[in-house]
Design a protein around this ligand. Structure first.
Ligand SMILES: N[C@@H](CCC(=O)N[C@@H](CS)C(=O)NCC(=O)O)C(=O)O
Length: 172
């Protein structure tokens, strides 16, 4: 009998989305081949990888002629195909709660950590507000202070400063 095709996981060691899938592969005791895609080197934009996942994200799972390019879908696929060590409760209410928690992480929390965003857009205004409104002593937060200095050199961040906006009140 022909050996079933081995699962292949395209992943980056630093990827939290891939880490979820690796946990599931391990829980279910599945063998897989690991193919590294270096995100910092931009390998997720290589045409070969783009054919597998046009979204240019890891992880991507290849199982024979099936390619799945999203960790949530991969995990549900593995759950259906390999029911050993189930991940989800049978009870529909408990199952929905589990899926809700997973969806919040995958849709609302993790995307803010992607390279294109790197959370700077959210972080810079909060550091600014801390300084301008509360005169926070930044020497206590050297990493944030360094980030703040870097943001302040960027024209896009400078132009977004509150005092540069058209409705800023004139000094009385
Ligand atoms: N919804 C996708 C998101 C995948 C995703 O955001 N992957 C990140 C690594 S955790 C990535 O490839 N980032 C590339 C980038 O930031 O350019 C999933 O859950 O698989």
């Amino acid at each position: 009998m022909a050996e079933p095709a081995k699962l292949t996981l395209y992943s980056d060691w630093w990827s939290s989305c891939s880490q979820r899938v690796l946990i599931v592969l391990n829980i279910k005791g599945l063998e897989y081949e690991y193919k590294a895609v270096n995100l910092l080197k931009g390998e997720h934009f290589d045409p070969e990888f783009e054919k597998l996942n046009p979204m240019n994200y890891v992880p991507a799972l290849v199982d024979g002629d099936t390619v799945i390019g999203d960790s949530f879908a991969i995990i549900l696929y593995l759950e259906d195909k390999y029911p050993q060590h189930p991940l989800l409760p049978q009870d529909p209410k408990k199952k929905a709660l589990n899926l809700q928690a997973a969806s919040i992480v995958s849709s609302s929390i993790q995307p803010l950590q992607n390279l294109a965003v790197l959370a700077d857009v959210f972080l810079a205004p909060q550091i600014y507000a801390g300084l301008a409104r509360f005169q926070i002593d930044m020497s206590l937060y050297p990493t944030l202070a360094r980030l703040n200095d870097a943001y302040n050199e960027l024209p896009a961040f400078q132009a977004a400063l509150p005092q540069r906006q058209p409705d800023v009140p004139s000094p009385s």
